[in-house]
Design a protein. Structure first.
Ligand code: IPM
Ligand code: MG
Length: 360
């Protein structure tokens, strides 16, 4: 199989972790007899610096033509003035919107070998296997009106949280379908006790659930969910929620696994359209260039890219198994408790490839 993969390395550690994943893709191509062609494009802060736009037209065009897209991360202190007119994050939000990847899938899985790397007790985190489904192209991130102005001599800022019936229905269906293929439990997280948007969310969710009588369903308020994630994360299978709640809860949930460096993500649109695959973590500018970045979240996102976008199931399994094997063998980067024996970004990449090549 020959496929074209667009790379968007972005800022900070983005280029380093994307490089390792490309090395891994080449090893996969070698092992399974595929050919992957890559083209790399600007996004985020580096795109602002070079062409004045966090999502240049040329980048968007390459993405729309690609068979799959692998992204690193965007942002950094250099572009961090929150009142600046152009910000790296705008590139990320725009590409999500332009590609219409409304479903952001973030698996939170605790590797047995890493249960001790979590700040939570091993008996709480061992066996945790949750899939977050975060709505990605709507809600308060994109709602209008939004703006800042002066009212009664004071500066005010405002945003709008809004969800339509069709947006809610399609994301709930993704959640139910995923749950069907897993432990058959779906948790919908809202704030229906306060927000009108979320009352509509819950109403639609209850209508959709009638189509999935085989899936156990529950509603949980977002504040309570923040608590349950810490005291009983094993209770959850698939969790579906809106854009902002999903942003916050997925960072919280990453700590169950010990490090944001272990959290992949896939953003999917309509069936058959190109998806966007990126680690859930940011650009970690503080460690960029030091060789300390953990490439595993990006490599796992690469596995999701193989499975969900290219239909390469065995290849995805092989990547995930290689990562499992590397961790089981005790190899660690600094963020997951490597201590004095921590592997560098490239050394970790090499280990995963070594395991992949070794496996039969
Ligand atoms: C994420 C990030 C982004 C978001 C930022 C960088 C705009 O936090 O992907 O979770 O808020 O969606
Ligand atoms: Mg986030």
């Amino acid at each position: 199989m020959e496929k074209n993969i667009t790379l968007l390395p972005g800022d900070g550690i983005g280029p380093e972790i994307v490089d390792e994943t490309v090395k891994l893709f080449d090893a996969v191509a070698n092992k399974f007899g595929h050919k992957f062609n890559y083209n790399s494009h600007l996004i985020g802060g580096i795109a602002i610096d070079e062409v004045g736009d966090p999502l240049p037209e040329e980048t968007l065009g390459a993405c729309l033509e690609a068979d799959a897209i692998l992204m690193g991360a965007v942002g950094g202190p250099k572009w961090d003035d929150p009142t600046a007119k152009v910000r790296p994050e705008q590139g990320l939000l725009r590409i999500r919107k332009e590609l219409a990847v409304f479903a952001n899938i973030r698996p939170v899985k605790v590797f047995d070998a890493l249960a001790h790397a979590s700040p939570l007790r091993p008996e709480i985190v061992t066996g945790v296997d949750i899939v977050f489904v975060r709505e990605l192209t709507g809600g308060i991130y994109f709602g209008t009106p939004r703006g800042r102005e002066e009212r009664d001599g004071q500066r005010v800022g405002y945003d709008t949280m809004i969800y339509s019936e069709s947006e809610i229905e399609r994301i709930l269906r993704i959640g139910f379908e995923l749950a069907r293929g897993r432990r058959k439990k779906l948790t919908s997280v809202d704030k229906a006790n306060v927000l009108t948007t979320m009352q509509v969310w819950r109403e639609i969710a209850h209508e959709v659930k009638n189509d999935y009588p085989d899936v156990e369903y529950e509603d949980i308020l977002v504040d309570a969910m923040a608590m349950y994630l810490v005291n009983n994360p094993k209770d959850f299978d698939v969790v579906v929620t809106g854009n902002m709640f999903g942003d916050i809860l997925s960072d919280e949930a990453s700590m169950i696994t010990g490090s944001l460096g272990m959290l992949p993500s896939a953003s999917m649109g309509k069936a058959g359209s190109v998806g966007l695959f990126e680690p859930s973590h940011g650009s970690a500018p503080d460690i960029a260039g030091t060789g300390k970045a953990n490439p595993l979240a990006t490599m796992m996102s690469g596995a999701m890219l193989m499975r969900l976008n290219l239909g390469l199931e065995a290849e995805a399994d092989a990547i995930e198994k290689a990562i499992d094997d590397v961790l089981a063998a005790g190899y660690r980067t600094a963020d997951i408790g490597g201590g004095d024996d921590s592997l560098s970004t490239t050394a970790m990449g090499d280990k995963v490839i070594e395991m992949l090549e070794k496996a039969d």
